[in-house]
Design a protein around this ligand. Structure first.
Ligand SMILES: Cc1cc2nc3c(=O)[nH]c(=O)nc-3n(C[C@H](O)[C@H](O)[C@H](O)COP(=O)(O)OP(=O)(O)OC[C@H]3O[C@@H](n4cnc5c(N)ncnc54)[C@H](O)[C@@H]3O)c2cc1C
Length: 412
């Protein structure tokens, strides 16, 4: 049997969805060459787009992505909330990305804080029905075996999670055919042209052009995209190295109240969330990182710390709702002009800046959100079926705060 239906509503209060976008050329400009920009550049290049990546620093991966390791920070929640679903989708794409190193992932153990947490995790697994190959509870002995350390408690084992070298990933992504990197190219403004977008330097000279442009420049994206509605917070992070000989032969990623991952003959322990302004490492923060880990797995932080290895420090940028911004950028001036109509009808689509996309506000999940953006943005630009459910796309929409801004302005 076949069903045929004709769309004939008695009235239409919102425009029909637009057809697939058309571009004068399959050329994309990407601003920023950290995890976000590099992954997105590869995502477009793999679909045949010619991609120019503009990076203000002298080399890629010098901003927040300049970390020795980035781990998969999968979120799990009893109600399988949007953050949990998004990180799960991202992890499955991350694991299959062609730039990933070959070999088994390290696996991640979320160490139980106490028996209550173990019971809650058990109930969550039973409720969600996740396969054991994705998440399973380990007893104390099993957890110690998996981690390579004697642990005080069991935990939740996530075998697909890994901790990877962001610089190697960025190199792999930028090494895709059809990606051209221009380091030392700071974008002062992005200007719309008849053919798409032109990136200009501080003197107003065009550095590069593309039919579409993607802002992947972390803390600078709000300025470059003139996004008055998008509030971002900067959080300093510092992680700490400990010699493996001092802490034990850790062989998996540990998570929970603290985080640790093996890296050669060292263990990376991290990372702080503080509001410091300086990128100089602080001994107090190193000790606080180690104290958090000691509370989770036992041990004496002062025995571990030799202060000789430089810690890694950086800034993370996150939205106030902790979700990333991945999608088409809103056209805020047009939204302000149509504020009354937009606020009257919730189903009206927001006006968008044609051909301008964003991949920023990755917070502490740069690895997962980069691979998510690399799937979502090319599908959006090509008008392909989108790889995420619409509620998840709304949760990461860079325009999600526009209506709130309009309401506030109307009240003011
Ligand atoms: C201590 C610490 C530990 C972390 N651990 C983890 C972890 O375990 N797992 C994880 O997933 N994430 C982790 N993160 C977070 C992760 O590092 C970030 O989410 C990620 O690096 C963000 O990537 P990005 O490409 O958006 O930003 P960035 O790496 O900052 O890249 C943005 C780039 O844009 C460039 N740029 C900015 N403005 C312009 C302009 N106008 N023109 C041209 N170029 C411009 C910058 O130079 C920069 O290279 C950690 C962060 C810190 C600080």
């Amino acid at each position: 049997h076949r069903l045929r239906a004709r769309y004939a509503p008695r009235w239409r209060s919102f425009p029909a969805p637009a057809g697939p976008p058309w571009w004068p050329a399959r050329t994309a400009l990407v601003v920023g060459a950290g995890l976000a920009g590099a992954a997105v550049a590869a995502g477009f290049a793999r679909r045949g787009w010619q991609v120019t990546v503009l990076e203000s620093a002298a080399a890629p991966c010098r901003g927040g992505s300049a970390q020795p390791l980035c781990a998969d920070h999968l979120h799990l929640s009893p109600d399988d909330n949007p953050l949990a679903r998004l990180t799960r989708a991202a992890l499955s794409w991350r694991a299959r990305d062609a730039a990933m190193p070959v070999g088994e992932p390290l696996g991640k153990l979320l160490v139980d804080a106490d028996d209550g947490e173990a019971a809650r995790r058990g109930a969550m697994l039973a409720r969600l029905g996740l396969p054991a190959s994705f998440a399973r509870q380990l007893s104390r002995g099993e957890a110690s075996d998996a981690a390579g350390l004697a642990l005080p408690r069991g935990g939740l084992w996530l075998p697909a999670c890994d901790a990877l070298d962001p610089a190697a990933l960025v190199r792999g992504w930028l090494g895709e055919a059809r990606v051209a990197l221009h380091a030392g190219s700071a974008v002062a403004t992005l200007c719309p042209t008849d053919e798409g977008w032109s990136a200009r330097d501080a003197a107003g000279r065009s550095i590069a052009t593309g039919a579409i442009a993607i802002l992947a420049n972390a803390g600078d994206a709000v300025r470059a995209g003139s996004l008055g509605s998008f509030a971002m917070r900067r959080m300093r992070g510092q992680s700490t190295f400990v010699a493996r000989s001092r802490i034990g032969a850790l062989r998996a990623v540990l998570g929970g109240d603290a985080y640790a991952a093996p890296l050669g003959d060292r263990v990376l322990v991290g990372a702080s969330f503080d509001d410091g302004e300086s990128l100089d490492a602080s001994r107090e923060i190193d000790l606080a990182n180690l104290a958090r880990l000691a509370r989770m797995i036992g041990g004496d932080p002062l025995d571990w710390f030799d202060g000789s290895s430089p810690a890694s420090v950086g800034f993370r940028f996150a939205a106030i709702d902790r979700m990333p911004a991945i999608g088409a950028l809103p056209d805020e001036p047009a939204a302000l002009r149509d504020a009354d109509t937009l606020l009257r009808n919730d189903r009206l689509p927001l006006p968008r800046a044609r051909g301008l996309y964003g991949a920023f506000a990755f917070g502490s999940r740069g690895l997962l959100w980069a691979t998510l953006a690399a799937r979502v943005l090319p599908a959006l630009a090509d008008g392909d079926p989108l790889p995420l459910e619409s509620d998840l796309l709304r949760a990461i929409d860079p325009g999600r705060f526009v209506k709130r801004m309009l309401r506030r302005r109307r009240r003011a």
